[in-house]
Design a protein around this ligand. Structure first.
Ligand code: M6R
Length: 609
């Protein structure tokens, strides 16, 4: 999705903006631009394509002097990627330059209104409406003009604004799209993501919906939507620049795959004390848990696939009806919720538009909400009744890996915690599962250790046109994620099916040489999966069988290739099986020469619907 950076200080703004934008490239974009103010006025330079094109035009910023500016990477929604549709968008009279993340839903109506009054538009974007409206309503007071605009626009926005009449200020306002202010000595920043400014400051203030910030060199002032001044204390970001750098790895994705044992340790170990799960950060009491009669798990993409695993885990451990839903469906299907419903919302970024809307719908209907989030202080984390953080650190690669693993770990923690409160497990089972959970980081290390075998296997099949993943029970849930990982970064067509469904249609896709990856880690279903492997092999498929060590011997006689992962309790198996399959997707994409960290058409955080 789009990225925003703004700067005011003693340095030259353009290089700071370009450097900040480079840290936001991972979010996905198709054009970039900056607006800088200097003594000769406001200068806007923007270009379709990668940031490198803009850096070339500006000679890394050297060609654009000035110490106040805003920058943007755009992921096209309204209007094709082009120079003219790139941000900043500038008002007709050249007074305002605006960068925008989000979507102005009523922009057509507003645009027609302004056009009838003689305002000329040059782009197809919704954002230009904001720039034009600012100038239209401006009567010498920028804050008042911002208020007029935010009262009229519908939709989501994070806006960075500079005005030629106030060259010593940068303005910012947001609704349903993240925006932070970074504070430092003699210089201040705005950004849509903390990574953009982390090299300069760790002191940040998060804007809430409809709050406005006014930045000068000396500091920042904050206002509510009625323009009443606000006190907003700064918070300190704990993780440092190195956490958001590649640290010697070729890609963030590989770095993040390898970070999983450590991320698991950070997520799990503080929450297990003397063999008991302790969720101090949870306000949910035993009485609250006893009241729950149904659980919904709602998320998008990889986070939704965690929900797919969670359904099996919760039903096994809690013996309670669980529904897992993709947020974009949940929000519009009029779900039946009440105060006996627990809605678990899962999101790495904490800003995904559909997931946020699902959370709000759940709260509107009186359900209890619990969010599993990675980004501290994000909107979903702020709005849910309860939040449990995944301590994965910043996840930069678009393809989610360590977020998946740590989200799973939090799901196991919640399920075991609730099982204890409800008494649905024996003390012995609780002890056994808790010990297994504590061992996950170490076992994840082991599951990642056979890297060369996976790399070799990838080298044999990276030219494949299609691949199929099959599995049953939690192996099916893990197959969904393995298939998504492969398709999003390697662009190979891939599907995941349950072993039992093959005969009902998908088996007609199998022909000589089709690659099938069969997840058979669930021991009690190994025989069923072996039968499925034989069925596809009989039709010409080449099969990689993934199983636990205890089935290694049996797998030899069934599949063409095999890979073993450590044995853990059934409901935790996806935490093991996904690891070699993340590596597989990575190696295939790398051998195909794909842009692994920034796959085409994708954005890290999908903040628009
Ligand atoms: O930040 P979220 O977890 O809410 O994001 C949800 C999806 O957009 C995300 O998982 C997406 O599917 C990733 N590209 C998967 O690798």
């Amino acid at each position: 999705m789009c990225g925003i950076v703004g700067y005011i200080g003693g340095e030259q703004a353009a290089p700071v903006l370009l450097e900040g934008l480079s840290k936001l490239e991972y979010r996905g974009y198709d054009s970039a631009g900056v607006a800088v103010y200097n003594e000769s006025g406001m200068h806007v330079v923007k270009s379709k394509g990668r940031l490198a094109v803009l850096e070339g035009i500006l000679d890394k910023g050297e060609k654009l002097p000035g110490t106040v500016g805003i920058g943007h990477t755009r992921w096209a929604t309204h209007g094709a990627p082009s120079d003219v549709n790139s941000h900043p968008q500038v008002s007709d009279g050249g007074l305002f330059a605006v960068v925008h993340n989000g979507i102005i839903e009523n922009y057509m109506q507003l645009k027609e209104h302004l056009m009838r009054r003689g305002v000329e538009f040059v782009s197809d974007t919704d954002t230009e409406v904001v720039a034009q409206m600012l100038e239209h309503y401006y009567r010498g007071d920028v804050l008042a003009a911002i208020r007029q605009v935010t009262q009229r626009v519908e939709g989501s926005y994070a806006l960075g604004i500079i005005c030629a009449d106030c060259p010593e200020k940068v303005f910012a306002v947001r609704k349903d799209s993240p925006l932070i202010v970074g504070l430092s000595e003699g210089q201040n920043f705005i950004a849509s993501d903390v990574t953009a400014i982390l090299a300069h400051t760790r002191e940040i203030v998060r804007l809430r919906d409809r709050e406005i910030a006014v930045l000068t060199r000396e500091g920042a002032e904050f206002y509510d939507e009625e323009l009443e001044p606000l006190e907003k204390p700064a918070e300190t970001i704990e993780w440092d620049v190195a956490a958001a750098e590649k640290g010697g790895y070729e890609h963030f994705m590989m770095k993040e795959i390898c970070e999983q044992p450590e991320a698991l340790l950070k997520t799990i170990s503080p929450r297990i004390k003397d063999g008991r799960i302790v969720l101090d950060d949870l306000k949910l009491t035993r009485a609250d848990i006893e009241k729950i009669s149904r659980v919904y798990i709602v998320a998008c993409g990889t986070s939704y696939h965690v929900g797919a695993v969670a359904k099996y885990a919760f039903e096994k451990l809690l013996r309670m009806p669980i529904e897992t839903d993709v947020a974009s469906e949940f929000r519009y299907r009029d779900p039946i919720l009440d105060d006996k419903t627990l809605v678990i919302i899962i999101s790495q970024s904490g800003e995904t538009a559909d997931t946020l809307a699902a959370l709000r719908e759940a709260r509107r209907q009186g359900a209890r909400t619990l969010a599993i989030v990675n980004v501290v202080g994000s909107t979903i984390a702020n709005e849910a009744d309860d939040v449990l953080y995944t301590w994965a650190g910043p996840e930069i690669a678009v393809a989610s890996t360590k977020a998946y693993s740590t989200q799973l770990a939090v799901i196991y923690l919640i399920a075991l915690y609730m099982a204890r409160e409800l008494g649905t497990l024996t003390e012995q089972e609780l002890e056994e599962y808790t010990k297994a959970l504590e061992k996950l980081p170490e076992l994840a290390e082991a599951a990642l250790s056979g890297r060369e075998t996976i790399q070799y296997f990838a080298s044999q099949y990276f030219n494949a046109k299609d691949m199929y993943f099959i599995g049953r029970n939690v192996d099916y849930a893990a197959s969904l994620e393995a298939s998504l990982k492969l398709k999003e970064i390697s662009y190979i067509h891939s599907e995941a099916y349950t072993g039992g469904e093959l005969k009902h249609g998908p088996i007609s896709l199998i022909e000589e040489g089709t690659l099938v990856i069969a997840l058979c880690t669930c021991g009690r279903l190994f025989g069923k999966m072996a039968a499925n492997i034989r069925e596809v092999k009989a039709r010409g498929a080449v099969v990689l069988g993934l199983c636990t060590e205890e089935f290694a011997g049996e797998m030899k006689g069934v599949a063409d290739w095999q890979f073993c992962v450590p044995k853990v309790p059934d409901f935790m198996l996806p935490s093991m099986s996904i690891l070699p399959l993340q590596l597989f997707a990575y190696y295939v994409a790398s051998m195909k020469g794909c842009d692994i960290d920034k796959p085409r058409n994708l954005a890290k955080s999908v903040t628009v619907e």
